[in-house]
Design a protein around this ligand. Structure first.
Ligand code: 3Y8
Ligand code: NAP
Length: 250
């Protein structure tokens, strides 16, 4: 009898939660509580941190979790690292449902940077009009480059004004479309896009739009994550669970 913990917060997590619910598999979807209204899930959900590795071990034992599916975002490296250690300690099988990194197409004008601070360093240049679509949590790190105009896309309206004197906030949650993102870039006369290499489809629209407009992209590589079993489809997770319906290609 399965009792899953799905570490959520992505398109893939929602897709898997739907498949598990349809297959009658019991589980809980977990969110950090980063946004005001996390997307409704077809399974019970919990919101908030576990309290580090030990907190997660305690949760796994107390809730008799049989399997953990880490379907968090590739940049949620602390959560994923904690899951590797906690599942090993608690003896609970773990699989990561992740998505391959985006790869530059021939017409893409990407400059790869290793992390957020690499993107900040690359912005030490005369004033540009920058679409900064990396969310809210790292905005303060871009304060050393106030010379740029920043188009900021956030899930929730910021509680305090972002520390960037010349900015426009757009409150909008994905998934987005390339057409809308292209129109947005033209409306704001954007000449540079900053993006995490999130992979998947939900954030890719701005990459397609930048390609079509011939705009350069500062592409932030994803952080390293401890070794764990990784799959990229819902069907592979079902097979990993040894779920009879796996052959139905769910
Ligand atoms: C709280 C839970 C679904 C999930 C949808 C995906 C796609 C849309 C695109 C841009 C990029 C960004 C951001 C983004 C996308 C999906 C996915 C994805 C990027 C929600 C969600 C939660 C979050 C947290 C939020 C972060 C922020 C990052 C916005 C739900 C909507 C920029 C990542 O205000 C904040 O504190 C926001 C924080 C972490 C990154 C950051 O540093 O600010 N996601 N996003 C999860 C939790 O509490 O555990 O409501 O669905 C989920 C989604 N956001 O089922 O449809 O799968 O990636 N999320 C990035 O890629 O750079 C937006 O604007 O182009
Ligand atoms: P993170 O930096 O890796 O995690 C920091 C801490 O937040 C974790 O140690 C854990 O706290 C808590 N946490 C993170 N994800 C959680 C979850 N799903 N359920 C319960 N607690 C969680 O994580 P993050 O980058 O802030 O991402 C937070 C959430 O947003 C995740 O659900 C992720 O999938 C989603 N998301 C993130 C991004 C992104 O760009 N980072 C993009 C899209 C979606 P404790 O140590 O107390 O357990």
């Amino acid at each position: 009898m399965h009792n899953l913990l799905i570490l959520g917060g992505t398109t893939e997590a929602t897709a898997f939660a739907n498949a598990a619910a349809e297959a009658g598999i019991a589980g809980t979807v977990s969110f950090a509580g980063r946004v005001e209204r996390p997307k409704r899930q077809p399974l019970p959900q919990r919101i908030g941190g576990f309290g580090g590795v030990q907190g997660l071990v305690n949760y796994l034992v107390a809730h008799q979790i049989t399997h953990v599916i880490d379907a968090t975002h590739p940049f949620a490296s602390q959560m994923s690292g904690n899951a590797v250690v906690a599942c090993a300690q608690a003896g609970v099988p773990l699989v990561a449902l992740t998505r391959a990194a985006w790869v530059a197409q021939p017409e893409d004008r990407w400059a790869a940077v290793p992390d957020i601070s690499g993107a900040v360093a690359a912005l030490e240049q005369p004033a540009r009009r920058v679409m900064l679509a990396v969310g809210r949590m790292h905005l303060a790190e871009f304060a050393p480059n106030p010379q740029h105009f920043y188009l900021l896309r956030l899930v929730d309206a910021p509680k305090d004004p972002p520390p960037l004197p010349n900015h426009h906030v757009l409150v909008s949650r994905g998934p987005f479309t390339a057409e809308d993102d292209g129109a947005l870039m033209q409306a704001h006369d954007i000449d540079l896009v900053v993006s995490k290499n999130a992979g998947g489809t939900g954030a890719y629209a701005k990459i397609v739009a930048a390609r079509a407009l011939g705009l350069p992209v500062l592409m932030i590589d994803r952080p390293a994550i401890a070794a764990r079993t990784e799959v990229t489809t819902v069907a592979e997770v079902m097979a990993w669970l040894g779920h009879a319906g796996a052959d139905r290609g769910v």
